[in-house]
Design a protein around this ligand. Sequence first.
Ligand code: GLC
Length: 475
Amino acid sequence: MATVPNDHIIRILDSAIRVAPLQVEDNWRLQQVEAALSLVHLSGEKVVKIGEVFRSEVEKGIHEQPSSLQMENTYIPELPDGTEEGLFLALDLGGTNFRMILLELEHGKLIREEVKHYHIGEDMRIGCGEKLFDYLAECVSDFVKEQNLTGTTLPLGFTFSFPMIQKALDIGILVTWTKSFNCPSVVGRDAVQMLREAIHRRGDTHVEVVAVLNDTTGTLVQGAVLDSRTAIGLILGTGSNACYLERADKVQHWEVQRHGEKQVIIDIEWGAFGDNGVLDFVKTDYDRQVDQNSLIKNSFTFEKYISGKYMGEIVRVILQKLVKDGVVFNGKASEKLLTSGAFTTSFVSLIEQDTVDGVGNNTKDILDKLGLTSDEDDIEIVKYICEVVSNRAALLVSVCLAVLLKRMDRADVTIAVDGSLFKHHPRLKTWMNKYIKLLAPGKKFRLLLAEDGSGKGAGLVAAIALKLQKRFQET
Ligand code: GLC
């Protein structure tokens, strides 16, 4: 296929990514808002450059050269093939809640699913690692008892949605915490081992942790059950990350014996893209401020541009600046507007809904709830900021997905997606479809919602792990 020259793509992008102009009565306010947002808008040229930088970081990461992308081998060399059978547990840890799930598979199909949500308070998320894992084991035990399965040996797939160095399918050394967790004593340790030890300390169940996986991996695997063309897994939720099927011969980091694998899932950990400075040309003062307000500073640069934990916060710091300059809310902030985290990404989705519908009171209601007195222009400005920030996220995600599609060289790829941001934002998907098409011309793809990949996928990965164990023992 002939490649489309970059300047052509840049020209098309520049006209395609333009958001609807801000409509306000007061020209001074208009100019102030545009000046404040000038660096948040991405030009076609910048987008193409981001793609080039991402491609180079992917290449370096896979060759184990210094890169902000981990490109971690997950040791999952195959997708479900309809032979998965039996009872499996899944433990899904990543957000502020975690879940225990019991899955029963018959011929690869889910015939029964029991789910229980457990809350993890801040003292658990930010504190002593042993305490966290003891609590996880307590919940495992509670769930198994509730299901009347204490005497049964149960394989468990552990979805641990944090960056790990994987030494095998059941070894995951935590690199750093992200999102809302920070238990420093776990960093550098094997999360599987810690969970196993905590389960054994209790000694009241027969649960065996057979695999550890990332939520993107679970999403890809679950996506493959829904659509066999699935070859990319994407999470756009509290955090953001993607994984994809790579040719095994291209993968250098492989710590266990190879068994003639043809492909393997690679967890990119793209949240950390740019942590080495390669994305500094995208960074605005607002992004710096969001990073400074975050739990773990100077890390997960890309995630802080695009994901649910941070998008609302970007809007909040922009608004804070505009209040200071007297451009919005008559120059008066409220206590909530000055509180980090108070403007959530769910607000951004609701405000975007007003823009998409052309009517609606979400924006006004949210500003009232935040204790802000707003006029018509304020409302338009807030809607515009949400649009610009959301649009930037859509572009950033799309350009990376386009690079993957080009790299994978498959005729047709389904991208399995999960995550609250993707599900609730009213037009992220539409933008992504449009931008990916422009950035990867001629590539056939679709975005498929694969709900609960981190839960169902964990059960499926546990089943694959058992199949592999059996096969390798026989050979
Ligand atoms: C964070 C984690 C990553 C996970 C993503 C989505 O980026 O580091 O492992 O996949 O969040 O939950």
